[in-house]
Write a protein that binds this ligand. Structure first.
Ligand SMILES: *[C@@H]1O[C@H](CO)[C@@H](O)[C@H](O)[C@H]1NC(C)=O
Ligand SMILES: *[C@@H]1O[C@H](CO)[C@@H](O)[C@H](O)[C@H]1NC(C)=O
Ligand SMILES: *[C@@H]1O[C@H](CO)[C@@H](O)[C@H](O)[C@H]1NC(C)=O
Length: 329
């Protein structure tokens, strides 16, 4: 009797874990067709479902106009992209600044889109916003998992896992005139796995205007084979796009990198390259333990235009010497 009951309970929970599927092709979506109405109809029913649900876009190529999926929903909900969703290529036809927007949803998963080599696919970009919380989120993408752009204030990123992707970045900053200051960035208890960068602050050289980025803190971060795990790069210039290599005019101050541990996939485990005309100020480096196991010897570090304060244990050989700080082990 007890055994029988246990089995039926197990079956019940297995059944409950299985999300109910809302396939957009059942709502009128056809390959090569415009499917925003079908998506909205499927979403509406899935969102009202009292048990976990998934809206599925099966294999095939579809187009969609601007579409907003709103919560709150009754149970966790997933959007599963098995095919390719294309926007109207005429950007001028966009009436809002979002193409596919998800809002006011708890327990939301978006899956199936963003392999590691998909270009320019930031997982979450924050800009000109304050009091933002990105919590308990798992991001796999082809660009930054999270990028925090100009005008971001009081942004909290906690318990996020990232990878594949380019890591968690403040920036890039200093590319455009009239950028707004960045301040109050708190990245905590995150894990980065097989990412091309870890936690970084990046600004372009030769900024058209002067701006600031301050009060930015990265703490309790685990790196699993992450490239450039600890990085300030004020000479950020991908694809050789810069007209000039004049120093960045973004002033970086009041930064900490604390308790960052694990493995680096690049020998340069810590690189802090600040602006020659506006050196970084008040940067604290504490309890860093990053191992590099590739060719060329152990992990190393580079610093320019910065005099960080070392506290705790910084386990990168010669970090204190190359970065001019005082280490107490
Ligand atoms: C964050 O990480 C620290 C250090 O590993 C740990 O002590 C703390 O419990 C973690 N906090 C949360 C909320 O996960
Ligand atoms: C940096 O921190 C110091 C105190 O530690 C504070 O006086 C100063 O205003 C801060 N600077 C910025 C730009 O936030
Ligand atoms: C640190 O590592 C980089 C990248 O492998 C290398 O180019 C550089 O020479 C190394 N620096 C030192 C001081 O060993």
């Amino acid at each position: 009797m007890a055994v029988k009951l246990l089995i039926s309970l197990l079956l019940l929970s297995a059944f409950a874990a299985e999300a109910q599927v809302f396939d957009v092709t059942k709502y009128g979506a056809k390959p090569k067709g415009e499917i925003s109405q079908a998506l909205l109809s499927a979403w509406k029913e899935a969102c009202a479902s009292p048990t976990p649900s998934s809206v599925v876009i099966p294999a095939g190529t579809y187009t969609s106009n601007e579409v907003t999926f709103s919560g709150p929903c009754k149970a966790p909900i997933e959007m599963k992209l098995g095919g390719t969703l294309q926007a109207n290529p005429n950007a001028a036809s966009f009436k809002t600044d979002g193409w596919v927007v998800f809002e006011h949803i708890e327990g939301f998963t978006l899956s199936g889109g963003a392999p590691g080599d998909s270009p320019n696919t930031d997982g979450i970009h924050v800009g000109r916003s304050s009091q933002i919380y990105i919590l308990d989120t798992d991001i796999k993408t082809g660009d930054d998992c999270i990028s925090i752009g100009d005008g971001s204030q009081q942004v909290h990123v906690e318990r996020v896992t990232c990878g594949p992707g380019h890591g968690i970045s403040v920036g890039s900053l200093g590319k455009y005139p009239d950028e707004e200051p960045v301040s109050g960035i708190f990245v905590k208890n995150c894990t980065l796995t097989d990412t091309s960068n870890g936690v970084r602050i990046k600004s372009w050289p030769a900024s058209p205007g002067r701006t600031t980025a301050s009060d930015m803190h990265f703490e309790n971060i685990i790196m699993n084979n992450a490239g450039n795990p600890v990085l300030i790069d004020q000479e950020y210039c991908p694809w050789g796009q810069c007209k000039s290599l004049d120093p960045s005019k973004v002033k970086i101050s009041n930064v900490s990198f604390k308790n960052i541990k694990g493995t680096s996939s690049t020998q340069e485990a810590m690189k802090l390259v600040c602006s020659k005309s506006l050196p970084c100020e008040n940067v604290e480096i504490a309890d860093i333990d990053l191992a590099y196991n590739g060719p060329g010897g152990p992990a190393n570090s580079t610093c320019a235009n910065i005099k960080p304060k070392f506290t705790g244990k910084v386990n990168i050989p010669e970090a204190a010497a190359t970065c001019g700080g005082a280490a107490h082990a």
